[in-house]
Design a protein. Structure first.
Ligand SMILES: O=C(O)C(=O)C[C@]1(C(=O)O)C=C[C@@H](O)C=C1
Length: 401
């Protein structure tokens, strides 16, 4: 059986559950005070823990999961020994890119990379965009980008914003660091389920694992249950750990598809705080698509502005004057030059950040209004790039759909 490490962000209260999760100080992804002992961490404070968990590719039903020390003081290794309830289809789960490579086959299919394990929502988004595609799981977003750049796959799909939690900043930063083009978007209605071992009830749970975004989206239910939260790499990874652990007091928040795939019971459905819980995903490819006017299109751009008090007004005015709607504005720090000391002789010395502005506007590049707006905009930009022009996903994502 192939084993790979997987990162688990957890609440330091986890030791009470008997989960031998230990701190991983080198890469504190959530900015946690690692000196804080487990017992001191309050319930909803997530911290960065690393668990070397099995991402078993061909699990056997008679194996038992045990947690043991890896020899590295900062890590534990979960050895799969009992995979109670683990669905046999899991034998078909492909290897994650970034691990031992891809086990792929049918080159006639569009191959779409995504971050996570089979059963993750991002895989749902890939299948919504390309129902017959071959989905290729990747260990992280960067691997998904690189797998397109190196021709291992044709496209990558990644979450960019959630209607409840907001922007996924990591992916905005990766868009600028890589040269891929946005060729599509997918709006996915996320209906979270609470999953557990067969026969378990909600009241049996003392700990619930999921992707940090999913934990936030289900905060009310988690608070009412009074359980400890553990953040993991993706929702499917949470389902998988619950299946591998074989414990009745650990649950996962994931999709109903993940429940089926990992052989878990659905203890509750639609548990997110807000019925309308939509995540928007982007589809990336090596080449841009030819913009049309046959249907509604959206264009995504990124730029930095000159330093001038009127510049933002002028930049946004380029679109307003042409009646072009802006559907998203995001700003991110310009990382290679984050600070500039402004010498203001009257007010003393101040420090300001420099930003990149990401804008999505509702027009196709084939529309002359968009071309004039961009010409106008570039009169006040220092840096400018078109990230992509692509058809709008017009799916009705109201709760009833
Ligand atoms: O964890 C998953 O299943 C994912 O696909 C990731 C992700 C995200 O990053 O927001 C996608 C949609 C849901 O909002 C929760 C998690």
């Amino acid at each position: 059986m192939a084993l790979h490490d997987c990162c688990i962000w957890g609440c330091a209260k986890a030791p009470q559950l008997g989960l031998a999760i230990t701190f991983y100080p080198a890469s504190s992804r959530m900015g946690v005070n690692l000196k804080q002992g487990p017992q001191k961490c309050c319930k909803r404070e997530c911290c960065c823990l690393r668990v070397s968990a099995p991402k078993a590719l061909t699990p056997m039903e008679d194996e038992k999961a045990v947690v043991e020390s890896s020899g590295n003081a900062d890590m534990i290794r979960v050895q799969p020994s009992v995979l109670k309830g683990f669905h046999k289809d899991a034998n078909l789960i492909p290897k994650q890119l970034g691990g031992n490579g891809v086990s792929s086959s049918d080159r006639s299919k569009v191959r779409v990379a995504y971050k996570g394990l089979p059963g993750a929502y991002t895989e749902d988004a890939a299948l919504k965009a390309y129902p017959k595609c071959e989905t290729v799981p990747c260990v992280d977003f960067e691997t998904a980008f690189k797998s397109v750049e190196s021709w291992l796959v044709d496209k990558a799909v990644l979450p960019i914003e959630s209607s409840i939690v907001g922007s996924i900043h990591r992916n905005y930063d990766l868009l600028i660091r890589h040269k891929l083009h946005i060729v599509g978007e997918v709006h996915l209605l996320i209906k979270h389920c609470l999953l557990g071992q067969n026969g378990v009830t909600k009241q049996d749970l003392r700990c619930v694992m999921s992707h940090p975004q999913a934990l936030i989206q289900c905060e009310t239910m988690l608070t009412n249950l009074g359980v400890t939260n553990i953040g993991v790499d993706d929702t499917a990874a949470a389902a998988r750990v619950v299946a591998l652990e074989g414990r009745r007091d650990i649950g996962a928040i994931a999709s109903s598809r993940a429940a089926k795939l990992y052989g878990l019971d659905i203890l509750a459905e639609g548990i997110q705080d807000d019925d309308v819980n939509v995540t928007r995903f982007l589809i990336l490819a090596r080449d841009p698509i030819f913009p049309g006017t046959d249907r509604p299109y959206k264009t995504s751009i990124v730029f930095s502005l000159d330093e001038d008090p009127t510049v933002l007004f002028r930049a946004l005015g380029a679109f307003a004057l042409r009646n072009i709607n802006l559907s998203k504005i995001e700003s991110r720090p310009l990382k290679h030059c984050p600070l500039s000391a402004l010498d203001d002789s009257k007010e003393g010395s101040t420090t300001s950040f420099k930003y990149l502005l990401y804008i999505d506007f509702e027009a196709s590049l084939a529309d002359p209004r968009a071309r004039y707006a961009l010409e106008n905009l570039q009169e006040c930009t220092r840096f400018f790039r078109i990230l992509g022009c692509y058809p709008v996903d017009k799916t009705d994502t109201t709760a009833s759909s």
